[in-house]
Ligand binder design. Structure first.
Ligand code: AHR
Length: 500
C-alpha cells in the first residue's frame, strides 16, 4: 500500500498555464500539412488552418504556441513571410530536409492560427543570422500602433491593428545551430538585441526569453547570467523574463536514438529514468539562477522537451516524424508532474513539437488526424493550468530491470483550482504492477470524486487505421474513506482525479 498525503492548506506556487505550452517549427509536416493546408485545400479549414487540428488543440486548452523555430528561427527572415503569397520568397529549409519553404505561412498566418486557437503567442527571433534592426523592426511590425514605417507596412498587408506578442525569444540554441556562440559572446549579444525588443504599449510587456543551456551545460547558465547581470542591466525592467533550457529524452543516446515503437522492457525503464533526469536539471540550473535571481522573477522556460526517437521508417529523416505510444504518455505525465512541482521556477514549457514532429500530440495523414497518447495526457492535465500547486508526497519504491536505470514506481502532483477543487495527477511507471494507494487529504472531507485514466500495453498507440486504440476512460473504482481516498492504480497508466 503506497501512502499519498495531500495538504491543501499548504499552497506552494501558481502553476502557470504556459507550462502546458507547445512548439511548432517550420520542420517536416508540422506547419505545412499539420496545421496549415491553405485556403484552397479540400481539407476543411478556416483561413488555411485545419479545422480538425484547431478543434483538437482548443479542446486540450493549448495556452501558448512557440514559432517559427527551433533552429529554423535563427535563419528565418520575417520579411520573406509577409505580403502577397505569390511574391513571397521561396527558400531552402537547410536545417530540415532541404525542402523548399515557400513562406506561405508567415507572421500574419501565425497570428491567425493563435487567434483561432485562442492562445498566447511566443515568437522566437533571429539573433544568429539576423540583425538587430531586423529583429527590432519585426517587433515594430507586430506590435506598433500609430504612425511608423512598420505599422504602415502591416496595414498595407491587410492588418491595421497590431497583434499581441506575449513572449519573444532572443535567439534559439545559440550555443549550437543558432550561431555556435560562446556564452559570454551570446550574453553580450542578448544584452544588445533585447534592448530593441521594445514595449510599444505601456500595458503590454513582451516577456523576453534569453537562450539558456543545452541539457547539463551549467557553465552556459552561469556565464550567461554573470555577463547579463554585470553593470546596470538587471535594474532595467523586463530585461530578462525567462531563461530557456532544452532537454530531450533519448533513451539510447543522441546518436542511436532508437525506435519509437519497437522497444523492450529495459528500454522502457531507461526512457523513464532519462525522463526523470529533468528534475536534476531543473534543480541544478535553478540553483545557479537562484544566485542571481533569488526572488525567482526570471522563469525557467523549458521550451523544448519530449522524446526524440529514430524517425519512422520510410519517412524523410529531416522531418523527424515519429509514432507515439504509451511510453510517450508516461514521459509526458512524468514531465508535467515535475513542471507542476517546480512551478515556483518553471514558468513555461513547450513540448516539441505540436503536430507530426517528435513527441507530437497530433499526427496527420492527408485528411486524417489522430490524437496521440501524449495528447490525452495533456487533455487530462489541463485542469492544472493556472491552478495552485499544493503540498503532496507519495511513498514510492524503486523498480526497473537494470541497476543504472532504477526509477520510482509512481509520480504525482496536486493542485487546487479557483473553485477549490483538487486535481490529482499520477503516473504508474511499472509495466506490470498495479499499486494500492491510500490517500490522506489533510483537513478536508471528500464529498465527491471523479476520475479518468489512460492505460494500455506499453507499445499501444493510435494509428490512422485505429485512431481510438488508446484513449481515456472513466476511472470509477475510487473509494472515499475517512481520511481521503483509496484506489488501485493499474500498471502503465496515467490518472487524473477530481476531488470535491
Ligand atoms: O525540435 C527540433 C530541434 O531541436 C529544434 O529545431 C532545435 O532547437 C533543437 O535542437
Amino acid at each position: 500500500m503506497a501512502k499519498l498525503v495531500i495538504n491543501p492548506n499548504r499552497e506552494l506556487s501558481k502553476i502557470n498555464k504556459e507550462i502546458y505550452g507547445h512548439f511548432s517549427e517550420h520542420l517536416g509536416r508540422c506547419i505545412y500539412e499539420g496545421l496549415y493546408v491553405g485556403e484552397d485545400s479540400p481539407i476543411e479549414n478556416v483561413n488555411g488552418m485545419r479545422t480538425d487540428v484547431v478543434n483538437a488543440l482548443k479542446e486540450m486548452k493549448i495556452p501558448v504556441l512557440r514559432w517559427p523555430g527551433g533552429c529554423f528561427a535563427d535563419e528565418y527572415h520575417w520579411r520573406d513571410g509577409i505580403g502577397p503569397k505569390e511574391n513571397r520568397k521561396k527558400i531552402i529549409n537547410t536545417h530540415w530536409g532541404g525542402v523548399v519553404e515557400d513562406n506561405s505561412f508567415g507572421t500574419h498566418e501565425f497570428f491567425e492560427l493563435c487567434r483561432q486557437l485562442e492562445c498566447e503567442t511566443y515568437i522566437n527571433g533571429n539573433l544568429g543570422s539576423g540583425t538587430v534592426q531586423e529583429m527590432s523592426e519585426w517587433v515594430e511590425y507586430m506590435t506598433f500602433e500609430g504612425v511608423s514605417p512598420m505599422a504602415e507596412l502591416r496595414e498595407q498587408n491587410g492588418h491595421e491593428s497590431p497583434w499581441k506578442v506575449d513572449y519573444f525569444g532572443v535567439g534559439n540554441e545559440n550555443w549550437g545551430c543558432g550561431g555556435n556562440m560562446n556564452p559570454d559572446f551570446y550574453a553580450n549579444e542578448y544584452r544588445r538585441y533585447q534592448t530593441y525588443v521594445r514595449d510599444y504599449k505601456a500595458d503590454q510587456h513582451i516577456s523576453k526569453v534569453c537562450c539558456g543551456a543545452n541539457v547539463d551545460d551549467y557553465d552556459w547558465t552561469r556565464e550567461v547570467l554573470a555577463t547579463c547581470f554585470k553593470h546596470s542591466l538587471p535594474f532595467q525592467h523586463g530585461f530578462m523574463d525567462g531563461l530557456s533550457i532544452h532537454y530531450y529524452t533519448h533513451p539510447e543516446g543522441w546518436e542511436v536514438k532508437g525506435s519509437a515503437t519497437d522497444f523492450d522492457e529495459k528500454v522502457w525503464y531507461k526512457t523513464m529514468s532519462k525522463t526523470l533526469y529533468m528534475e536534476e536539471l531543473i534543480n541544478r540550473h535553478g540553483a545557479i539562477m537562484d544566485e542571481y535571481d533569488p526572488d525567482k522573477k526570471i522563469g525557467m522556460i523549458v521550451d523544448e522537451w519530449g522524446t526524440w526517437f529514430t524517425c519512422e521508417p520510410g519517412t524523410n529523416p529531416g522531418f523527424l516524424y515519429q509514432q507515439n505510444t504509451m511510453r510517450d504518455a508516461l514521459v509526458a505525465g512524468i514531465n508535467l508532474n515535475l513542471f507542476n512541482k517546480h512551478s515556483d521556477r518553471v514558468k513555461m514549457a513547450n513540448i516539441a513539437q505540436m503536430v507530426n514532429v517528435l513527441q507530437a500530440v497530433i499526427l496527420t495523414e492527408g485528411e486524417k488526424m489522430v490524437k496521440t497518447p501524449t495528447y490525452h495526457v495533456f487533455n487530462m492535465y489541463k485542469y492544472h493550468q493556472d491552478a495552485t500547486l499544493v503540498d503532496s508526497s507519495i511513498e514510492t519504491r524503486q523498480i526497473g530491470l537494470e541497476e543504472e536505470y532504477q526509477v520510482p514506481n509512481l509520480t504525482e502532483s496536486v493542485s487546487v483550482d479557483a473553485d477549490g477543487v483538487l486535481h490529482i495527477t499520477l503516473t504508474n511507471l511499472s509495466i506490470e504492477d498495479s499499486y494500492e494507494i491510500d490517500t490522506t487529504i489533510v483537513d478536508r472531507a471528500v464529498s465527491e470524486v471523479t476520475g479518468e485514466i489512460l492505460t494500455n500495453e506499453m507499445h499501444a498507440m493510435n494509428t490512422f487505421e485505429a485512431p481510438e486504440n488508446v484513449h481515456t476512460v472513466p476511472f470509477t473504482d475510487v473509494k472515499i474513506t475517512d481520511k481521503g481516498l483509496s484506489f488501485t492504480i493499474p500498471a502503465c497508466s496515467v490518472v487524473h482525479l477530481t476531488v470535491r
